[in-house]
Design a protein around this ligand. Sequence first.
Ligand code: NAD
Length: 414
Amino acid sequence: MADRRVDPDDGAAYTWEEFSAFYKGKYKRKAVEEYWEECKPVKKSKAKKGDAKGAGKGEPKAKAKVKAKAEPKAKAKAKAKARKPPGAFKVCVCGGAGGIGQPLSMFMALDPNVKELSVFDLNIAMVPPTGVAADLGHLDKKSEVKGYVCEVGKPAVTELDKECLTGCSLVLIPAGMPRKPGQTRDDLFKINADIAKGLVEACAKYCPEAIVALIVNPVNSIVPAMAELYIKKGLDPMKIVGVTTLDCVRASKFVGQITGKNPNFINVPVIGGHAGVTIMPVFSQDKTAATIDKDKIEALDKRVQDAGTEVVEAKNGKGSATLSMGYAGARLGRSILAGLAGRRRVECAYVKSDITDLPYFTSKVVFGESGVQKVLPIGELNEYETTRLEAAKVALKIEIETGLTYAKANELNC
Ligand code: NAD
């Protein structure tokens, strides 16, 4: 059977011949080939004998032939109407010269929806952000990459070149300190909340309509803090999005390892929050994960929660998850931009929410033309997951409170 792939643009499956015929003349062949590589292959089902299209159903052979010829044409016509041009968005990565920031900037520079990329970091970063920008600026992609630097300790809202954020549709923020051994979550929160506030302040001034995707930890407290500061400023709190994609990426990968299946076809939603017990993979909602023995689920659940430690230990304490986080952050970034360009995407994210009794929660979110289009409900849970959800909510509630208290005591100075 010829390789068929799903075009995320319309969700339909095509062979390379149909796909390239449709895009011929609209885009350069190289771009079409690259796009084809991004499309997920259709799983080959074990076809029953005589179950080929048109056969076995009493349909005359000739008719089936005509249909086979006509179908791609009709599909191509319908697609021509539905096709939206790629976006031309400006994106900023704050902390773009850091461990996460560099791979994240690279992935974003490769995104066909990105016209301009700002790489912003401090003058104490391990590499000057202008250097990262010069490096990425040599990629043969349409994105134009510019570097911006700010002196440590100076407020971005007044000291950062306003060109950096002006016109941005998406700002990704991995700027912040990773947790050091012996440091409490509260110590980390105080440092990173002030860093995030400084950057969110600048976003509120120069790109208040942008989606601000926060990677900086502890996400469970920083997101409520920044969203409430946006509310105090009269801005839309739904523009503030907590990046939890790495939990989904890990859950799907680990399920793939256990089942021997390709993680490309596994999509485990991870709900709740983004630290320890608040990370709650919903294995029952993915058809591959749902086949795993019940007695293995608790250990798998724990592995997803503690996956960050696996990386810290493997790196001998000399770093944390930066490459996988860069990948995961970019997956969310790409989905947000696709949504803004009119091609809706669903990803788990931690946002202001009313689907549970907690004011902030991670669940599936529809990203569309205006960013967060819809926060989807949790869906059905099995017995184990129902109990787990209660434990996750108890811990998450406390962490949300920390964020809300910070927002009460602070203002965005812009
Ligand atoms: P890093 O130290 O390698 O990089 C952080 C970068 O941010 C540095 O280049 C630093 O100069 C810059 N920075 C700090 N303050 C800034 C400011 N005010 N303005 C602009 N840039 C600033 O750290 P990292 O490993 O890349 O981690 C960054 C953050 O991401 C940490 O808080 C970490 O805990 C968090 N993290 C989140 C996830 C997640 O899943 N959400 C996963 C891993 C790490």
